[in-house]
Design a protein around this ligand. Structure first.
Ligand SMILES: Nc1ncnc2c1ncn2[C@@H]1O[C@H](COP(=O)(O)OP(=O)(O)O)[C@@H](O)[C@H]1O
Ligand SMILES: [Mg+2]
Length: 221
């Protein structure tokens, strides 16, 4: 794809990431550092279904980013959107991911991260893919990325699942030593979501037990 096909006047700088679902390109557009996220067609999906999934995830991602911003949760700023092509042009946030920061063993303000997630949930927004690669750490606070699987909901189970996914991915990252990190996240979470944090913590316990049971079951087969 030529630079001008992405958006007229776009200048390619470098490929940031090539995943199974999307490619992320750093470039310059309208004198700004931008990131182009372009969702990629999956060969194995029927073309129509494929276009529909790309279209809906692109729209969902940008609309949830916008809602998050309105309640003070940091996200990149969307400059341009082409849902048919699965393209989002957004601000380039030149900060490390939570994943890389933790792997380097650096200190992270996990309470602030928990508070951010609590604020998001208290406003009825679920992220849907809270992994350490989808969180950037800026001096102004955590920036959340990749809202394409997010939802608007009031269901406690969904908030708990959001946090449980983060717990699981931290466990994977820290070789099963995520207890302290997750406790700090929950401490912050209770400040961000005062009304429901107790109920949601109980739900996480429930999901966690279910998960262990299922995993044990799998081992015995
Ligand atoms: N606006 C941005 N500014 C800087 N880096 C970004 C931005 N958006 C995404 N990235 C980087 O690209 C990676 C992949 O982006 P993401 O939206 O999570 O795509 P995917 O859906 O394929 O996971 C992120 O983990 C992050 O490192
Ligand atoms: Mg991602």
């Amino acid at each position: 794809m030529k630079d001008d096909d992405i958006i007229p006047g776009f200048k390619f700088v470098r490929m940031i990431y090539l995943g199974a679902e999307a490619e992320l390109i750093h470039g310059i557009w309208a004198s700004k550092d931008v990131v182009v996220k372009r969702r990629i067609s999956k060969g194995y999906r029927m073309k129509e279904l494929d276009l529909r999934i790309i279209w809906s995830r692109t729209l969902k991602e940008t609309s949830l980013m916008h809602d998050a911003k309105k309640i003070g949760v940091l996200t990149p700023t969307v400059y341009h959107l082409n849902p048919k092509m699965g393209i989002i042009v957004m601000s380039f946030e030149n900060f490390p991911t939570l994943r890389n920061t933790m792997l380097e063993g650096k200190e992270v303000d996990l309470k602030a991260l928990g508070r951010t997630i609590g604020t998001l949930h208290a406003a009825g927004l679920v992220h849907g893919d809270l992994t350490p690669s989808n969180i950037l750490l800026s001096p102004g606070g955590p920036i959340l990325l990749d809202f394409g699987l997010g939802e608007r909901t009031k269901e406690e189970e969904m908030f708990a699942e959001d946090l449980y996914l983060l717990k699981r991915s931290l466990d994977e990252l820290l070789d099963g030593h995520a207890e302290t990190a997750f406790r700090k996240i929950l401490e912050g979470y209770s400040v961000g979501f005062v009304a429901k944090h107790e109920k949601i913590k109980a739900k996480i316990e429930e999901i966690s037990k279910r998960g262990r049971y299922i995993r044990r079951g799998v081992h015995h087969v």
